[in-house]
Design a protein around this ligand. Structure first.
Ligand code: LLP
Length: 422
């Protein structure tokens, strides 16, 4: 459920008219709904036993306004870089609720995280364990560690966002898990606290999750018998969201929580969850204006002022995003087929192909839905285009939480070398 709906013929974010925001902020802009973030977080968090840690995956949408909203609700954070760690802390997430994931943590990032007293490091390789041990010792600290194991389970999702098979760079291969824990047990400055697993993103079937979690539970018993203190299971993120396609709808968070609780309950561990998309995707939209409607030989193109530099998901993953008009079309508005495209000079700069929708005219505002996760965070300045602004709404309040950069801020830091001067 989300809080974007038509009121008196205009699409609103909670109680704010998007057409008013477009006038004030300019297009394109992302708009996030606090009430939707809150609802998604609460439904998810309430699906797990008391004492579980819901560490929102900052990579999905790391805007400080979004992070502060979630931090106030009690969310922790799953971070994958020093930058995300700093943002989570700045937003008010306590270090003790932060988990640090990722295959390539640098020593500087490890130091930062140790100084922040984070809940745990999710370690992905033996050399990383050794580096962390050295950094922890140099600071006279103990690093709480889970090892991310790769269960070799196919999450049946898009190839570019599957992570739990032996073909991917993620986690320690299942066959080496015990040996990696034995190494961790011996290393100074490392304190083994649990196991971590993450098999992919936008997963719409509970079965691969359950297969992976069962394997991890079995491993936990083996590791305990080996003498390791396994008191936490980090089950990663990955639960899919409805992108309003004809495809199978994802399971609801309650079913996911009930399954994870059932499979792990005999172990008596703290559960850690790292949802990203589920919290943010349907809490955000990208609002854009139609620049031109161009009649091609075979197709009609609606050229809008947002582009793949603002939202790259359709180009990268062929993802489907519903596109609606901000001014509600009347019942008699004719429907036409459009390719909705951006101004970037690439054929892949396309948001929808052959999409039947109510007629569009130059100047119309459109909203690209389900754009709150992996939207703004993946934006770039390709074609020297400043990425879209970001706005956070709460009831009838709104605030620009990231302004659109001026051209100078986008490329003003570039330098012409001395030898090309003059
Ligand atoms: N934890 C780990 C270790 C992850 O690698 C990820 C996502 C998450 C949690 C959060 O997963 P979520 O709950 O959001 O599915 N850019 C892609 C998605 C990349 C996901 C990467 N890892 C997209 O736009 O679909």
């Amino acid at each position: 459920m989300n809080h974007f709906q038509y009121i008196d013929g205009v699409l609103n974010a909670e109680q704010v008219e998007l057409s008013v925001l477009a006038e004030k902020v300019g297009t394109p802009f992302y708009c996030y709904s606090s009430a939707t973030l809150k609802r998604h977080y609460s439904v998810f968090a309430d699906s797990f036993p008391r004492g579980s840690l819901v560490a929102y995956s900052v990579k999905a949408n790391g805007n400080l306004g979004v992070l502060r909203t979630l931090a106030r609700l009690g969310a922790g954070a799953d971070v994958v870089s020093g930058g995300e760690l700093r943002k989570a802390l700045k937003a008010g997430v306590p270090g003790t609720k932060i988990v640090f994931s990722g295959v390539g943590k640098t020593r500087a990032e490890m130091k930062l995280a140790l100084e922040a007293g984070i809940h745990q490091f999710n370690v992905e390789s033996e050399p990383e364990l050794e580096a962390l041990s050295e950094v922890a010792q140099s600071l006279n600290r103990e690093a709480p560690v889970t090892i991310r194991v790769n269960p070799d389970v196919d999450a049946k999702t898009h190839a570019k966002i599957t992570t739990g098979t032996s073909e991917t760079k993620f986690g320690i291969p299942w066959s080496r898990a015990r040996a990696a824990y034995a190494l961790a047990g011996k290393l100074k400055g490392i304190q083994v606290v649990g196991i971590d697993v993450h098999i992919g993103s936008q997963i719409v079937d509970l079965e691969p999750f359950e297969t992976a979690f069962r394997k991890v539970v079995e491993l936990a018993y083996v590791l305990r018998a080996d003498g390791h203190a396994i008191s936490r299971l980090d089950l990663g993120g990955g639960l899919g969201v409805p992108y309003i396609t004809n495809n199978e709808p994802p399971p609801d968070p309650q079913a996911y929580g009930a399954m994870a609780t059932r499979v792990t309950k005999d172990l008596g561990v703290q559960l850690i969850l790292e949802p990203g998309r589920l919290i943010a995707a349907n809490a955000g939209i990208l609002v854009s204006r139609v620049l031109y409607v161009k009649q091609g030989e075979a197709k009609t193109f609606a050229i809008i002022d947002a582009a793949m530099n603002d939202l790259i998901r359709p180009a990268l993953y062929d993802s489907h995003h519903e596109i609606v008009r901000v001014n509600e079309p009347g019942l008699n508005t004719p429907r036409r087929k459009y390719d909705v495209v951006g101004p970037i000079c690439e054929t892949s700069d396309i948001f929808a192909a052959d999409r039947e929708m109510p007629e569009l005219k130059s100047g119309d505002l459109v909203a690209i839905l389900s754009a709150g996760a992996y939207g703004a965070v993946m934006s770039s300045a390709y074609n020297a285009r400043p990425p879209a602004a970001e706005v956070l709404v709460k009831g009838d309040l709104w605030s620009v939480v990231k302004p659109r950069l001026e051209d100078d801020a986008v490329f003003g830091s570039e330098r012409i070398p001395d030898w090309l001067q003059g």
